[in-house]
Design a protein around this ligand. Structure first.
Ligand code: ATP
Ligand code: MG
Ligand code: MG
Ligand code: MG
Length: 434
């Protein structure tokens, strides 16, 4: 992609409406623009990051045995009356009336819809277990939308729903998601800590929030220091025993403030008390929805039993902000390789200089052929402005090509995260990047 043609409206000034660094950088780097309170448009660079995060989430959900579906954003109130949540959900639910005076709503979550799909299509224990997920927009009319996409009203969520014959199988489904979450967040470059959590309006008993520590987080959290250095399982067999992994992580104390109490048993000096951002939340809630909604299956012995369910959310759009909170410096964003909108920013310091242009064109073509995504700054801005833009948008690598280097047969390679610069031949630079 050529920067001269790319829609990248960067801002030099710090937007005054943004209170936290990730929101400021998302506006300055041209990732998003606000449409209305808590409602955003995603511009090309931001959308590439959102899609990259989605893809990591999707791969790990698929690996854990979940299957992707897509449910409607607009739901019928009827289903929520069946589950009993229509009146309980309160003002966070955006309620809509259609032309026939039917009560509709913009889905804040999808337990009811997915339970309806299940009950109409699955009748036997032989079809279990199932885990269905989607990556789709939700609407919650938050009292205080703020911090940009961190607390939006319209936001992108991955929500998965598991269905099992009994409590024990449901627990295994929970472990699969627990482990998939550990792996997902680690691939996104984050240290997300699973913490014992309250279940809130979703209901149920077993529940963990996945929290990343950040001063700008909205939750007060407490955890054992050792959780920060724990390794995430590499090659997981999702059909094997996952309880040891779950036990290993949950045997160390970690709780959000709703669950935190004086009997935590962590030695002083080992207990971290911090702020955290909730990036994921998993629940096991048994038959809370299947019983009132009549989602039953025939068991081995011929009896009819309500199915055991769980639900598992990841805040995909919130993650864009959360990753920036965890990874930036004074100059701008520092994307982890796994979610970078482009891997390489290619800077031509002297557009119009025939030799420099030729080296850059060759590099661009060969990087593209090697499958490396490149944003090529072919504008005639001054070098200082080009460096500032590249640092702001935070691509993992910069390749800087100018006439002086070209005369000596070298280009400059800069790693955004460390600021390390190195002069290399074109061949060596290519070898490094592909
Ligand atoms: P919060 O405590 O931040 O209000 P929640 O507990 O209400 O979140 P869940 O119902 O657990 O949210 O939804 C699953 C995930 O969706 C959350 O862990 C979070 O990452 C994301 N999420 C929830 N509300 C928002 C929002 N308003 N904007 C962006 N992401 C959100
Ligand atoms: Mg909420
Ligand atoms: Mg919460
Ligand atoms: Mg939650």
């Amino acid at each position: 992609m050529r920067l001269s043609r790319y829609f990248l409206p960067t801002l030099k000034e710090t937007p005054s409406e943004a209170e936290i660094v990730s929101h400021r950088l998302m506006l300055r780097a041209g990732l998003i623009r606000q449409h209305a309170s808590g409602i955003y448009s995603w511009l090309p660079l931001g959308l590439r990051v959102l899609r990259a995060i989605e893809q990591v989430v999707r791969e790990e959900q698929d690996a854990a045995g979940a299957q992707e579906i897509l449910m409607p954003t607009i739901q019928s109130a009827e289903l929520w009356r069946e589950s009993g949540r229509y009146d309980d959900y309160g003002k966070e639910m955006l309620r809509i009336v259609d032309r026939h005076e039917r009560d509709m709503l913009y889905g804040p979550t999808h337990e009811e819809v997915v339970t309806d799909i299940f009950r109409k299509n699955i009748k036997s224990y032989k079809d279990l277990p199932k885990n269905l997920y989607q990556i789709h927009w939700k609407f919650r009319d938050e009292v205080r939308p703020r911090f940009g996409v961190m607390r939006g009203r319209e936001f992108l969520m991955k929500d998965a729903y598991s269905f099992d014959l009994d409590a024990e199988a449901a627990r295994r489904a929970y472990y699969r998601m627990f482990v998939a979450y550990l792996r997902t967040f680690r691939r996104l470059g984050l240290k997300a800590i699973p913490m014992a959590a309250d279940t809130g309006p979703i209901g149920g008993k077993l529940s963990h929030e996945f929290i990343i520590l950040a001063d700008t987080g909205e939750s007060a959290v407490f955890c054992h220091r050792a959780l920060l250095d724990k390794d995430v399982p590499a090659n997981v067999d999702y059909d094997g025993a996952l309880e040891p992994i779950f036990d290993e992580w949950t045997s160390l104390y970690a709780a959000t403030d709703e669950k935190h109490g004086p009997d935590h048993g962590v030695p002083e000096g080992e207990l971290i008390s911090a702020r955290g951002i909730e990036v994921g939340h998993i629940f096991s809630f048994g038959t809370k929805y299947s019983t009132p909604m009549g989602a039953t299956v025939t068991a081995q012995d011929g009896s009819t039993v309500p199915v055991y369910m769980g639900s598992y959310g990841i805040g995909v759009s919130r993650l864009v902000g959360a990753i920036i909170e965890a990874s930036h410096d004074d100059a701008g964003i520092i994307w982890p390789d796994s979610v970078a909108p482009f891997q390489v920013g290619l800077i031509n310091l002297k557009v119009g200089d025939a030799e420099t242009d030729a080296v850059v064109a060759d590099l661009e073509a060969r990087l593209r052929a090697a499958g490396v995504s490149v944003l090529f700054d072919d504008t005639d801005d001054r070098p200082g402005a080009k460096f500032a833009t590249m640092d702001l948008i935070g691509l993992p690598w910069q390749v800087i090509v100018g006439p002086k280097g070209v005369a000596r047969g070298v280009v400059e390679l800069k790693r955004r995260a460390t600021g390390e610069r190195e002069e290399l031949s074109v061949e060596s630079a290519l070898a490094r990047l592909s």
